[in-house]
Design a protein around this ligand. Structure first.
Ligand code: ADP
Ligand code: MG
Length: 224
């Protein structure tokens, strides 16, 4: 099956606030999908549902043929850990760990030995131009460097899908463009599908599919 992720009629409400309404979404293996939309339109909420972080109030999310709501909690978190990756707006690294340790975390959690995990982390970090800073604590990095580590950590275990929620929100536009370009290149090289929330129209234009979120309603933009 070519479809790795599918949402059917997904809705999410917080109390009386309808953050996402009836969203349909499909993602093929290796596809890059961009979601744009103003602040408060429901982009993060949709991502949480797609990634199995929050159960939708209505509708279904299916990952590789399995409906997420049918999975017991333990299996869902194992799936998130092994087959999904995440990049957030502010990186969210562990400041006391080194670049290499932060990047290796998903592998260590999957039971891979420290030595092997660090070799794999080093390879991804090198691709992202961070090969000289492996032993540095991430509390000592610049914003752009931190974001590269967050990207490396999200891709190191070669997940099927990476969810990136405004992944360069904390960077100036030059740095943001560079990090995003490398992120998408690396994802494509290892055939990881990406769902990226971005304000950057140039990044969105490079994606395979484009969506807009407005007042909780997701609309696919059709190429002109
Ligand atoms: P975006 O990521 O596009 O900025 P969000 O998904 O964060 O939008 O938010 C969509 C709507 O849901 C907003 O009106 C926001 O205030 C509301 N919202 C988000 N998270 C919560 C929450 N935990 N509790 C209540 N309302 C929330
Ligand atoms: Mg958001």
């Amino acid at each position: 099956m070519d479809i790795i992720l599918r949402a059917n009629g997904v809705g999410l409400t917080y109390g009386t606030e309808q953050a996402v309404s009836n969203a349909d979404f499909t993602l093929k293996r290796g596809e890059v999908a961009a979601i744009m939309g103003s602040s408060g339109s429901g982009k993060s909420s949709l991502l949480y549902c797609l990634a199995g972080v929050l159960p939708p109030t209505s509708g279904t999310v299916t990952f590789d043929g399995v409906q997420l709501s049918h999975l017991p909690d333990g299996e869902l978190s194992a799936l998130r850990r092994t087959r999904l990756g995440f990049v957030f707006q502010y990186g969210e690294l562990l400041p006391e760990l080194t670049v290499e340790e932060n990047t290796a975390l998903p592998l260590r959690l999957a039971g891979i030995s420290k030595a092997h995990a660090h070799v794999m982390a080093g390879q991804v970090l090198k691709r992202l131009g961070m090969g000289d800073l492996l032993r540095r604590r991430t509390s000592k990095l610049s914003g752009g460097q931190s974001q590269r580590v967050a990207v490396a950590r999200a891709l190191v275990h070669r997940p099927d899908v990476v969810f990136a929620d405004e992944p360069t929100g904390a960077l100036d536009s030059v740095n943001a463009a560079a990090v995003l370009r490398e992120f998408l290149q690396l994802a494509r090289r290892q055939k990881t599908a990406v769902v990226i929330v971005t304000h950057d129209a140039e990044v969105a234009a490079k994606a395979d599919s484009q969506y807009t979120m407005s007042d909780g309603v997701l609309t696919q933009r059709v190429a002109a």
